[in-house]
Design a protein around this ligand. Structure first.
Ligand code: NDP
Ligand code: CA
Length: 323
């Protein structure tokens, strides 16, 4: 029998559970769901039983995780079952979806693959309408790379408030820190130009659209690309720091797996938000080591090697405009 999915508490970093009668917070989920072709054909998760990776069962665990928390915005990486699974199912649940494949997905090297993996972004149609979509291929030192991002400008159905949401999956593996940093620089520049409403592309202006950036950055908080994001002129803060008692420390891990090369337990996934315009009202805590289990991830009770991140975000009061 399958063990139960780990129970995770919603934590309120500002104290008590908020009460929003008129303007409910926006629930965001960030998750690298583990591409089916990579999980079965490339990763070599030696402590994960092969049947726990069987797509016909694993897909229901992924959907269960999504449906348990019912996010308004869902950002996924390593999606190699978009057209046959997530697009139709999420559409039937009232979501709008967009998918962008990696130019040279490593899934294509796996026998009997289901096509390239890529990033997907879903939003609940009852809450938002779509204003614009940008499909980006990230560059590094002017050269195009194999990494992509989706950026969408949404408008709240109830209030007309604009919100920009982005999803990406940066280059993996150690030895590639400089490439990740360069990809981050390119991404930040592109985000700047998309969110600055007045066309001044040089710095975050008072009129900038509130921004949420979700991703598997494949970088620990000590890396250059993390520093670039936390110190950019966009004014981004990493939501999961608010789980810590000093509000400054990232969780100990967002992915935990065992490959032939050894055990990896690291923080690679983030939800960034513009802290002058948005505030984090709630966060789903990270499963404990005991909940992760001795064989780590993925497992019979958790379908990916990355843990989903989830937070409730609301708009801050309109600042007094200077102009
Ligand atoms: P990345 O290095 O970014 O990694 C791709 C995937 O591999 C990620 O999803 C990553 O998962 C996973 N991964 C990370 N570490 C390991 C590991 N130790 N073992 C197994 N999987 C791991 O890949 P790129 O985007 O740079 O693409 C590289 C691949 O693309 C090449 O291996 C090749 O297959 C293919 N390619 C093909 C070309 C062609 O001409 N046909 C050209 C260029 C690339 P996570 O993010 O969760 O860590
Ligand atoms: Ca992976």
């Amino acid at each position: 029998r399958r063990p139960a999915r780990p129970h995770r508490d919603l934590v309120f970093p500002n104290g008590a559970a908020p009460c929003h009668k008129h303007d409910p917070s926006i629930r965001i989920m960030q998750w690298n769901i583990l591409a089916q072709a990579l999980g079965e054909g490339k990763d070599g998760f030696i402590r994960c039983p092969l049947d726990a990776l069987n797509w016909e069962e694993r897909k229901y665990l992924i959907l269960e995780e999504i449906l348990t928390y019912r996010p308004d915005i869902l950002c996924l990486q390593e999606v190699d079952h978009y057209y046959d699974t997530f697009q139709p199912i999420m559409a039937s649940l009232g979501y709008h979806g967009t998918f962008l494949a990696k130019p040279w997905s490593p899934c294509l090297d796996v026998e009997r693959n289901n096509g390239p993996d890529g990033c997907a972004l879903f939003f609940r149609r009852s809450r938002f309408s779509l204003q614009a979509t940008a499909h980006l291929r990230l560059s590094a030192m002017m050269l195009p790379t194999n990494q992509v991002a989706i950026v969408q400008t949404l408008s709240c159905q109830a209030t007309g408030q604009q919100l920009c949401v982005a999803v990406t999956h940066l280059k993996a593996r150690s030895g590639w820190e400089r490439l990740r940093s360069a990809q981050g620089a390119d991404f930040l520049q592109k985000l700047q130009s998309i969110t600055s409403q007045d066309g001044s592309h040089c710095k975050a202006s008072p009129g900038s659209i509130p921004l949420i950036v979700c991703g598997d950055f494949n970088a620990e908080p000590t890396e250059d690309v993390y520093r670039r994001f936390s110190s950019s002129p966009l004014g981004l803060n990493s939501a999961y720091k608010l789980l810590s008692s000093d509000r400054q420390t990232e969780p100990a891990y967002t992915t935990w797996k065992i490959r032939p090369s050894g055990e990896t337990c690291s923080t690679l996934d983030y939800i960034w938000y513009t802290s002058d315009t948005l505030s984090v009202e709630g966060l789903l805590d990270i499963p404990t080591e005991e909940q992760v289990g001795p064989d780590r991830l993925p497992s019979y009770h958790y379908p990916s090697d990355h843990i989903s991140l989830l937070c409730d975000i609301s708009f801050r009061e309109e600042p007094h405009r200077l102009m």
